[in-house]
Design a protein around this ligand. Structure first.
Ligand code: CO
Length: 503
């Protein structure tokens, strides 16, 4: 590489490093806001976040960045792969951010920080009207941003692209349409089967301290590095990180439920492992993060479901669960595994079984698509939400907390995010297929409590690369194919046919 180029690349990295450190400071303020911040601090905190985010906005749209972009515009062919990706990403970010007026950006950041707080209050009181005025404004901002950014076929495509580059309404309508049919067919078979699965053992009273003990035990099994991470509590479990040496997970201990905290912890642990294992080489390149939310969710859901709700893991974990919670002392491995996997249409997404889970996502996808295109209004959300649950799952929320208020995403302005969860299921099952070809005994190791071989496979194929490859490139490199829903459908059919003795 010519010296002129390598010197300029160093300048770019210095600049991206400054931006990254500012982002870490903002991230830590958010983390604190969602975990330990006193309630009354919300107004002043959102102003601090607004100021620092404006600083970040200015830095990422400065003349210096434009100068970098112009410098490299006719030298891209001379760059190595990673440097090329770094410059491309910087350019994409510059062009996108530059289109938003600075004052509108600041106002939006402060609004969404505050909205999360009012969402929490609304959820606690199960009263949508507390959150509604904030959500109105958030949705208006989404529409305004889409106008700045532009769109081709569907306004919602612009938002989908933020979380899963390359995914469109046209593609998702097809993928989700097929998936819904497959799920409904399997659900009908399960409903008419003679197998009854009893999950009553998983409800009752579960001491929070003891739940925490189990959560930490499982993170240790997963080889989540506690010297580069933490586990705390928040209303809605999440993962945030400041580089790969400080990865923070949250969970939420529900006293009456055995599975909620356990599987939230495993899920967030899957996100956390991804971030902890991104290569150090990518520091200060802006490529040192998960590539897309779909791939991120593929990792969290791989741990939560494919491993965590799998037969081998359930059998391995049972003796530990019995040691911590004596009420399990008489349950068999088989009944424990089946209880954890009982299929039952339910109201809360994060508590759903693996089969009906994707229906929760499809409902949110359909609602967001119409909302962003102006076909439905925020004031109609409760009604539409409840109607869709009744139509697709045959159940109706009795209050807003169980319905439209259950998720934090809209409060933070994350429209276009929900499809990532279902895409994560698809990516994960497709990766599983390849993993088993290369390592047929992977789950025999899980049965013995050894999760290291699977982790090593995921680090080698997914984690280490960060954003180096696009989601489409990554899945093709790993599996040799484009994303294909058939692997997830096969996985579901195989798993539930066994549990429910279907033919
Ligand atoms: Co997740």
């Amino acid at each position: 590489m010519r010296e002129e180029i390598s010197l300029k690349l160093e300048e770019v990295k210095n600049h991206l490093g400054e931006l990254d450190r500012l982002g870490k400071a903002i991230g830590l303020l958010y983390w604190d806001m969602q975990t330990y911040m006193p309630k009354k601090a919300i107004e002043s905190r959102s102003a601090v976040i607004g100021d620092l985010s404006t600083e970040q906005f200015r830095k990422s749209t400065s003349d210096k960045v434009l100068e970098f972009i112009n410098f490299f515009s006719d030298k891209m062919d001379e760059l190595d792969f990673a440097s090329k990706r770094m410059i491309e990403e910087m350019k994409k970010d510059y062009e996108q951010t530059k289109k938003i007026p600075e004052d509108r950006y600041r106002e939006y950041v402060m609004l969404s920080a505050k909205s999360e707080h009012y969402w929490e209050e609304a959820k606690e009181k199960s009263d949508f009207s507390i959150f509604e005025p904030y959500l109105e404004k958030i949705v208006e901002f989404q529409k305004e941003f889409i106008e700045y950014w532009g769109y081709k076929d569907n306004k919602y495509d612009t938002l989908l692209d933020l979380y899963e580059p390359g995914i469109t309404v046209e593609k998702l309508d097809k993928i989700f349409g097929d998936l819904k049919n497959e799920i409904v067919t399997l659900l009908n078979k399960i409903n008419s089967s003679n197998t009854n699965v009893d999950r009553s053992i998983l409800t009752g009273e579960f001491n929070e301290e003891k739940q925490k003990e189990l959560s930490l035990y499982v993170l240790d099994l997963m080889k989540f590095d506690m010297d580069a991470g933490r586990l705390d509590v928040s209303v809605h479990p999440f993962t945030t990180n400041f580089g790969n040496k400080d990865v923070r997970l949250t969970t939420n201990y529900v006293k009456e439920e055995f599975t909620y905290a356990l599987y939230s912890t495993i899920h967030e642990g899957g996100h956390g492992l991804y971030e902890q294992n991104i290569s150090d080489d990518l520091e200060n390149t802006s490529l040192d993060g998960g590539v897309s939310m779909g791939i991120h969710e593929s990792q969290s859901r791989f741990y939560e479901n494919i491993i965590g709700r799998g037969e081998d893991f359930c059998k391995y974990i049972l003796p530990k669960a019995k040691e911590i919670f004596p009420q399990f002392k008489d349950i068999s491995e088989e009944d424990f595994y089946k209880a954890i996997n009982k299929v039952e249409p339910s109201l809360i997404r994060t508590e759903a079984d693996e089969l009906t889970y994707s229906i929760h996502i499809i409902i949110r996808y359909e609602i967001e698509k119409e909302l962003i295109n102006g076909n439905i209004k925020v004031s109609d959300l409760t009604k539409i939400w409840n109607e869709k649950y009744n139509e697709y799952l045959g159940i109706t929320p009795s209050c807003d907390r169980e319905g439209v208020l259950q998720d934090v995403h809209w409060a933070g302005g994350s429209f276009g995010y929900f499809p990532s969860y279902a895409l994560g299921n698809l990516y994960g099952a497709q990766m599983l297929n390849t993993l088993l070809k290369e390592n047929p005994t992977a789950f025999e190791d899980v049965r013995k409590g050894n999760l290291e071989n699977i982790k090593a496979w995921l680090v080698k194929n997914v984690h280490q690369y960060g954003k180096l490859y696009s989601p489409g490139e990554l899945i093709k490199r790993i599996t040799g194919e484009e994303l294909d829903a058939k692997y997830f459908v096969n996985y579901l059919n195989e798993k539930y046919s066994k549990i429910y003795s279907l033919d």
